[in-house]
Design a protein around this ligand. Structure first.
Ligand code: SAH
Length: 203
């Protein structure tokens, strides 16, 4: 996966590459899909949701520029795979999921792998998780019509937020950087994510 899918496409942060090597992706997919766990594509998880393609996980993670000391908020826990990768690269991961079966499943895997620096809760993540903010980095792993304002508010100065923004068929991965008095947004590639459903997402 790392040699054939990530490095040739330009993933170069050695810490990200190590984390992608370390986290056992097969633990986050159903028994019936075990043989395809490291393939170059997204896979279905419960409740009609998906675990992203490995390259997209690596790309979004790399865009956050983590060095090890950060507190990171993820919206859209899903299988838990992205949160697990983040947990190897920062000090604390807070992750929010709106579907209970997914939250419960991901918590089981975090415990099994002894990834104790991940805290997960059931809620509408478009509202963020204000109690633990501000965050050094925020990652949204579902596609919304715009960047949810509460997430920009909960991002600390110098922090980065990565989110797919667009319509329900195609989005662009946007990276927002919060400076002291200005916010900059740049675009990575076009992507296709499941819907971000909530107050500041799709209704
Ligand atoms: N990061 C996940 C990707 C899961 S797909 C992984 O590695 O597997 C996106 C997830 O976002 C779905 O589980 C979906 O239920 C969740 N989601 C969508 N809208 C949400 C919202 N407003 N708050 C929290 N989770 C949301």
């Amino acid at each position: 996966m790392v040699q054939e899918q990530l490095i040739p496409r330009g993933i170069s942060d050695p810490r990200v590459i190590d984390a992608m090597r370390e986290v056992p992706r097969h633990c986050f997919v159903d028994d019936a899909l075990q043989s395809r766990a490291y393939g170059d594509f997204p896979l279905p998880i419960s409740a009609g949701q998906t675990i992203s393609q490995p390259y997209i996980v690596a790309l979004m993670t790399e865009a956050l520029g983590l060095t090890g000391s950060e507190r990171v908020l993820e919206i859209g826990t899903g299988s838990g795979y992205q949160a697990a990768v983040l947990s190897r690269l920062c000090s604390q991961v807070y992750t929010v999921e709106r579907i209970n079966v997914l939250l419960a499943g991901s918590r089981r895997v975090f415990d099994q792998l002894r990834y104790f620096n991940i805290i997960a809760k059931l809620d509408d993540g478009t509202l963020g998780w204000p109690e633990h903010g501000p965050y050094d980095a925020i990652i949204v792993t579902a596609g919304g019509p715009e960047i949810p304002e509460p997430l920009v508010e909960q991002l600390g100065d110098g922090g980065r937020l990565v989110i797919p923004v667009g319509d329900q068929h195609l989005q662009a991965l946007q990276v927002l950087e919060k400076g002291e008095d200005e916010v900059q947004v740049r675009e990575l590639e076009k992507v296709r994510f499941v819907d971000l459903v909530g107050e500041h997402g799709w209704k």
